[in-house]
Write a protein that binds this ligand. Structure first.
Ligand code: E4P
Length: 218
């Protein structure tokens, strides 16, 4: 499973890149609003740091406006992917963008029917938001399972990005289901390699090593 980082923060992206396991970035208007730079220049910087797809979201709500904005965003860099909301207008925009060879990531996906239609329209990626479904007492990860089954029934190649990831369990469940990608905030990436038994084990090995060295008089 590929790992994307869900942030527009350059320091977080650089740190995740330095781990050597990052495959891409997803941003959204909220994440870009937290940064000081103007969004286009921030996206340009992100695209230079990351060797992989970088999702940038349109803010227009009508299909014509989405296509116009997408064409502009696509000029930022060759690795830009256009994030489009999973609405009827989004569907129409995706169809047109696909015909122009512009890659799309259908965001704010909360149902399997949305996921099937956006795939039919030509979406390269679909982003089911698992955390936000959990927030309303629905089971977010069950949606990923449904989409995975439907896509496999019809040999659909749209890639599933598990989004709105809140904790390592979401990441592991996404992998168990065979999702193509999980997009994960930095705070959760930081937890993925942590385990208290690893820390306890290291401490015990280091203590024993010191004892051994003292015993040898070093
Ligand atoms: C995905 O592409 C979105 O940017 C993101 O995962 C939203 O997550 P949130 O529900 O934590 O805002």
């Amino acid at each position: 499973m590929k790992l994307f980082i869900d942030t527009a923060n350059l320091e977080e992206i650089k740190t995740a890149v330095s781990y050597g396991v990052l495959d891409g970035v997803t941003t959204n208007p909220t994440l870009l609003s937290r940064e000081k730079n103007e969004p286009v220049s921030q996206l340009k910087k992100i695209c230079k740091i990351v060797n992989g797809p970088v999702s940038a979201e349109v803010t227009a709500l009508d299909s014509e406006g989405m296509v116009k904005e997408a064409k502009e965003l696509a000029k930022i860099a060759s690795n830009i992917v256009i994030k489009i909301p999973s609405t009827v207008d989004g569907l129409m925009a995706v169809k047109e963008l696909a015909s122009l060879g512009i890659k799309t990531n259908l965001t704010l996906c909360f149902s399997a029917s949305q996921a099937l239609l956006v795939a039919k329209a030509g979406a390269v990626y679909v982003s089911p938001f698992v955390g936000r479904l959990d927030d309303i007492s629905s089971e977010g990860i069950a949606l990923v399972s449904d989409i995975k089954l439907i896509y496999s029934n019809y040999g659909i190649s749209t890639q599933i990005i598990v989004a709105s990831v809140r904790h390592p369990r979401h990441f592991v469940e996404a992998a168990r289901l065979g999702a193509d990608i999980a997009t994960v905030p930095f705070s959760v990436i930081a937890k993925l390699m942590r385990h208290p038994l690893t820390d306890i084990g290291i401490k015990r090995f280091m203590d024993d090593w010191e004892k051994l060295k003292r015993g040898l008089g070093k």
